[in-house]
Design a protein around this ligand. Structure first.
Ligand code: C2E
Ligand code: MG
Ligand code: MG
Length: 643
């Protein structure tokens, strides 16, 4: 942009800056010299020249050029342009619109010093001064140098801005990536927390589980040690929970557990731990107690809260807990023993009639140790053949003949001598050892019978007592069949004695097993009949061949007309169902006489079919039983049994 009030000057600039092509080489050379560019490279600069004759016009043109996006590179501005703005003022205003504009101030006079101009313009660079009349080379030099500077600066700015865009794009991308990363980290931390929660909490109730409880117990004991305070562990087991589950289904059971969990939590302080051990077992951990009585107070409150009816799936149920309490440091010194002690106390609470609480005491541990010892001893007894069968005769009341022998188990304890069955069978039941022991009994009894059969007593039978646990054990019927096959005894000579409560228990399992036993041909005998509370009615649906009336009823049969009446009623009812009757516990002549005679015309007939008791024969070891049978002429006296 040439700004000059003298039109001739404009032509001069055009002549210098837009020369014919022959001038180009000279310019190229000049440029090469100035900017160190290779000579053969022709000038890249060509000029377009606009003219303004006054400062105001120049300002308008610069303004427009900016708006149109093709700004001027360079302005040659004359200093004196009457009547308008002078060159310096014009340049001040031009720079307001386009600060990048390179400028040459042209002056013929020395009325402005360079210092004045720099001060007015506020710049010491960005403008050069050209003295008039000017020299062509000077104009060319200035034009090329400043235009190139302008182009370079534009290029730098463009590249900078590109760089900036790139950097800001990259920054944004990085920021996005960073925020993704942060989200990912947060999600992982959450997942880790979730996993940890799952591993340490019960999914049904949301309560801490066994794992977390162990952890908390450990810390609680450490704190109690430091502060010399008490910790109480309350173990709760819901009575009747199984019944709710069985009767109303698992969904009801789950709902019940959730609501009990809620009640437990709301009954204790926030700092106490309520955990679920699994099944219907919960634990409440109380810390910082002053005395044991504090734990009893909480136990009472828990009992009260948990005993109130709960509505599950529309059914109102009550499942009060049995609570066992163990204290640290009173009862134990570590987590494991604390849990075990609370467990023993809880069982004690159950044995004491349920819906109550019991504290652990040393006696419980001793009893539990005894149970462990007896189990070990029973295992050894089975292994070392310390068991023995004794046999007690059963006599036919019509003929007076011994028709069968009941096998009764004895234990020759190496230290304690002969142990009666009632002392160890309940323990064997509890620890499950009754199953292998019972199998030994059955096989031994069948072998003994086979021997007696082989020596002439071909219609003798043997009775074997079987407990509920044995009956429920898998493979019981197969075991009976195998014992019969092994011994060669005919099934009809085997009598399986089960107590009333075993035979008539609620589930149909016992009945199903007994039916299969009956199918083998063996006889089913209900032992100790009358000692349970079963309905006589149910007898008719069972595969029963014989009833043994409990000793309790036969004891005073000869003296007490009420007992006599009961026995007569049982016999009549059994006979009407085609079931034979044995009277147990015959200890004297009067009892036997009562059972043998019933006035009936033309001849008296016996009240019962068979009888058993000390008066007729005590239980005897195998050899003595054989001698007894021989004396009773049931065995061939010529045969030598000793071998
Ligand atoms: P149980 O089956 O009712 O056996 C009869 C019990 O009454 C025997 O006691 C027997 O000695 C006793 N007894 C027999 N006659 C009289 C009498 O006139 N007066 C008195 N006071 N008692 C008499 P034992 O041998 O001590 O057996 C007790 C119980 O142990 C048996 O009662 C039976 O339930 C159980 N038992 C015995 N052996 C076995 C076995 O091998 N397996 C199982 N599961 N239980 C057995
Ligand atoms: Mg019996
Ligand atoms: Mg009995």
């Amino acid at each position: 942009l040439v700004v000059d009030d003298n039109p001739a000057i404009h032509d001069d600039f055009r002549k210098i800056l837009q020369p014919a092509s022959q001038v180009d080489d000279a310019i190229a050379e000049l440029e090469a010299a100035l900017f160190d560019a290779p000579k053969e490279h022709k000038s890249s600069l060509s000029f377009e020249i606009d003219s303004a004759h006054q400062g105001e016009q120049a300002i308008e043109m610069v303004e427009r050029s900016i708006a149109e996006g093709r700004p001027y590179a360079l302005a040659f501005v004359d200093v004196r342009m009457p009547p308008g703005l002078d060159g310096v003022e014009t340049l001040v205003r031009l720079w307001r619109h386009d600060p990048r504009l390179q400028a040459v101030i042209c002056t013929a006079y020395s009325d402005h010093t360079w210092g004045d101009m720099a001060r007015t313009l506020g710049h010491s660079d960005g403008f050069l001064v050209l003295r008039k009349p000017f020299d062509t080379i000077e104009v060319l030099q200035l034009a090329h140098a400043l235009a190139s500077k302008w182009t370079l600066r534009r290029e730098v700015e463009r590249q900078l801005s590109e760089l900036e865009t790139m950097v800001s794009q990259r920054t944004r991308a990085l920021e996005t990536a960073n925020s993704e990363l942060r989200k990912e980290i947060a999600a992982r931390a959450q997942a880790e927390d979730d996993l940890k929660h799952i591993a340490t909490h019960d999914s049904l109730t949301g309560l801490p589980n066994r794992v977390l409880l162990h952890d908390r117990l450990g810390s609680a004991l450490a704190r109690a040690r430091r502060h010399q305070r008490l910790v109480a562990l309350l173990l709760l087991d819901l009575d009747q929970f199984k019944e709710v589950n069985d009767s109303y289904g698992h969904a009801a059971g789950d709902e019940l557990l959730r609501s009990i969990a809620g009640r437990l939590k709301s009954t204790v302080r926030n700092c106490d731990t309520v955990a679920r051990m699994g099944g219907d077992e919960f634990v409440v951990l109380l810390e910082d107690l002053a005395e044991p009585e504090d734990a009893a107070v909480v136990a009472k409150r828990l009992l009260e809260e948990c005993s109130a009816p709960v509505t599950v799936l529309g059914h109102q149920v009550r499942t009060p807990p049995s609570i066992g309490i163990a204290l640290y440091p009173h009862d134990c010194s570590d987590v494991e023993t604390l849990l075990k002690s609370a467990d023993l106390a809880m069982y004690q609470a159950k044995h004491s009639g349920r819906a109550t609480y019991r504290f652990f005491h040393q006696g419980l541990l001793e009893r539990s140790m005894e149970r462990v010892t007896i189990r070990e001893e029973l295992e050894r007894a089975l292994c070392d053949e310390e068991f023995e069968l004794w046999y007690q005769p059963l006599v036919d009341l019509t003929t007076g003949v011994v028709t069968g022998m009941e096998a009764l188990l004895r234990w020759h304890h190496p230290k304690n001598g002969m142990v009666p069955p009632m002392k160890f069978i309940p323990a064997a039941e509890r620890c499950g050892l009754i199953v292998p022991i019972g199998e030994w009994v059955l096989r031994a009894a069948c072998r003994q019978l086979a021997e007696w059969h082989a020596h002439g007593a071909t219609d003798l039978s043997v009775a074997v007592n079987v407990s509920a646990t044995q009956l429920h054990a898998p493979g019981f019927v197969e075991m009976v069949i195998s014992a019969l096959e092994e011994s060669g005894v005919d099934a009809r000579h085997l009598e399986i004695e089960v107590t009333e409560s075993t035979a008539f228990e609620d589930s149909n399992l016992a009945r199903a097993v007994l039916e299969r036993v009956a199918e083998t041909g063996a006889r089913i005998v209900i032992d100790d009949f009358g000692s349970g509370y079963s309905s006589l009615n149910r007898l008719k649906d069972m595969p029963v061949h014989m009833l043994k009336i409990d000793r309790f009823f036969t004891k005073d049969i000869a003296d007490d007309p009420r007992d006599a009446a009961i026995v007569l009623a049982i016999v009549r009812m059994a006979h009407s169902l085609g079931i034979a009757v044995v009277a147990e516990g015959i200890e004297n002549y009067e009892q036997l006489e009562f059972l043998r005679k019933r006035d009936q015309q033309p001849e008296p007939i016996p009240v019962c079919d068979r009888a058993q008791g000390f008066f007729l024969g005590r239980p005897l070891p195998s050899e003595a039983a054989t001698t007894f049978l021989r004396a009773e002429r049931r065995l061939d006296p010529a045969l030598d049994m000793a071998g």
